[in-house]
Design a binder for this molecule. Structure first.
Ligand code: KIV
Length: 280
């Protein structure tokens, strides 16, 4: 059997040591996952952002474990090289360590993920330690934590005053001590991200956290301009596919209505291509 050259969590740690930036994006289905994989993205996150980006929810809170397993399995089917990390959704790891292990286990066993991500720092380290102990790699997530939007009072930047910045560093260090293999820093000032990145041995992955992290992640639909929802200022748009797709679909609908599509060029001419009705 040919061994597929898959990216592993140890490769990410090696990249940090070699100062080689890690490219990470969100993915939610097999088709796009295959595209990102072939384009050379190192890590695909099946984020619970799927709730807002694909499923029409206003926050990530309604996303269920079943939905995450469904999307994770699709992404894994599309990928040959990238490391696939799946988000543990809201309320699947906060109630008890046992819950965390059972639910993370399902993301690996049924979804096929290679690792899970969960939000929070010191309050979740018991769960992180146990997950790592049983062989489930964990990526942490500190700074802005979208699952806590109601507690935080919105999606505002975190770590903008010294107390909050110190707390973010303490949370990231606690996650590292508990065995996390990497940590996402979301919406924190660049100087805070730099301080955390130099303090940790494990890679930091920034989103709205400036250039000093060991890697970067963005939500795919923001990168491709594939949505008409609010896009955060830090998300660089590399394409404007929403408008291009809208124009294409508009042209299709017009041509169906005015009879230009389908033309003869899109039709079968030979009867031989039509399957014969069953006899008898
Ligand atoms: O759910 C998600 O997509 C995320 C990233 C934005 C880091 O957590």
């Amino acid at each position: 059997m040919t061994e597929i050259n898959r990216i592993r969590i140890t490769d990410l740690q090696e990249k940090k040591r070699r100062r080689e930036p890690i490219a990470m994006l969100t993915a939610y289905d097999a088709n796009i996952a295959g595209l990102l994989d072939r384009a050379g993205v190192d890590v695909l996150l099946v984020g619970d952002s799927v709730g807002m980006v694909l499923l029409g929810y206003e926050t990530t809170l309604p996303v269920t474990l079943e939905a995450m397993i469904h999307h994770t399995a699709a992404v894994v089917r599309g990928v040959r090289h990238a490391l696939v990390v799946a988000d543990l959704p809201f309320m699947t790891y906060q109630v008890s360590v046992e819950d965390a292990v059972r639910n993370a286990g399902r993301l690996l066993q049924e979804g096929g993920a290679a690792a899970v991500k969960l939000e929070g720092g010191r309050p979740v380290v018991d769960a992180v330690r146990r997950l790592v102990d049983v062989g489930i790699p964990v990526m942490g997530h500190v700074g802005l934590q979208p699952q806590s939007v109601n507690q935080l009072g919105g999606y505002r930047k975190r770590g903008t005053h010294p107390g909050e910045a110190d707390a973010i560093l303490a949370d990231a260090e606690a996650l590292q001590r508990a065995g996390a293999f990497a940590v996402v820093l979301e919406s924190v000032p660049s100087v805070v991200a730099e301080r955390v990145t130099t303090s940790l041995d494990i890679p930091t992955i920034g989103i709205g956290a400036g250039p000093h992290c060991d890697g970067q992640i963005l939500v795919l639909h923001d990168v491709l301009g594939l949505c008409d929802r609010f896009v955060p200022k830090f998300a660089k748009r590399y394409a404007e596919l929403w408008h291009a797709a809208g124009d294409a679909i508009g042209a299709y609908a017009r041509e169906v209505r005015n009879g230009t599509f389908p033309s003869d060029a899109h039709s079968f001419h030979s009867l031989a291509t039509v399957p014969r009705a069953a006899e008898g």
